[in-house]
Design a protein around this ligand. Structure first.
Ligand SMILES: [Zn+2]
Ligand SMILES: [Zn+2]
Length: 234
């Protein structure tokens, strides 16, 4: 099936307000996506609405966050239900600097339900770096049963390569690479699954760069196994 592991809803201050969880799920279903993740910056608060919306249109939801580590690396933490994602989100919130969202610079951060009603507005800026390091976020994600995937590692900002200059050894369930260089990175890292993602922030970016994942079982351990099959060495 086509899988897309990295998408932002209206809760992300940099994403379009049109990106409600329901809208993303419906548009991805039309585009033929079978497994879809929501990964707002440092928050999973829109994943309950997202999971419900996905189930209504026959898409398998993954509930996650795109966490900004202390090194300012973006990484994905993905779970197969909203509850563990929300629990991870509390751990992240407790390590997130208390900086008030500047509405002149950023958009609103609404938490919404599956009918697109606003439940609450988050007024702490969600995109800041948290106090935990890359390896601490990795260990916490795994301890809570999630998938840990460094995001857009070949992007010139907020990536492992831009911040550290190299990919340190780690227990990566996959690495996400900007599409044009995916093959090059799979050759460079033959033992790590390489995926592409849309990182959609606006309607026209939905389902633009999914990858193919072969799995019928949709638990995290089955997805981890299916990801391993992407490696040429497996
Ligand atoms: Zn990012
Ligand atoms: Zn992103």
């Amino acid at each position: 099936m086509l899988a897309d592991f990295h998408n932002h809803s209206c809760l992300s201050p940099c994403a379009s307000l049109e990106m409600s969880p329901r809208f993303i799920a419906e548009e991805a279903a039309i585009a033929g996506i079978g497994m879809l993740a929501l990964t707002d910056h440092n928050s999973a608060r829109n994943t309950p609405a997202f999971a419900t919306a996905c189930q209504k249109v026959g898409v398998i939801p993954l509930c996650g966050l795109e966490i900004t580590t202390a090194e300012e690396c973006h990484v994905l933490a993905l779970f197969d239900a909203p509850e563990p994602a929300l629990e991870m989100g509390k751990w992240v919130w407790n390590a997130l600097p208390d900086i008030t969202l500047n509405l002149d610079r950023f958009g609103d951060q609404p938490v919404v339900d599956e009918q697109e009603n606003i439940i609450t507005m988050i007024d702490r800026l969600l995109t800041s770096a948290i106090q935990h390091s890359l390896s601490e976020v990795q260990d916490e994600t795994h301890r809570r049963g999630g998938l840990f995937i460094p995001a857009h590692i070949n992007r010139p900002s907020f990536s492992v390569e831009s911040q550290l200059g190299f990919l340190p050894p780690g227990k990566y369930d996959a690495i996400e690479v900007l599409a044009p260089e995916a093959n090059k990175y799979q050759q460079r890292y033959p033992d790590i699954p390489v995926i592409t993602s849309s990182d959609a922030h606006a309607p026209d970016q939905i389902a633009k760069a999914p990858f193919y994942l072969e799995t019928t079982d949709t638990t995290i351990s089955a997805i981890r196994k299916a990801l391993r099959k992407l490696c040429p060495t497996k």
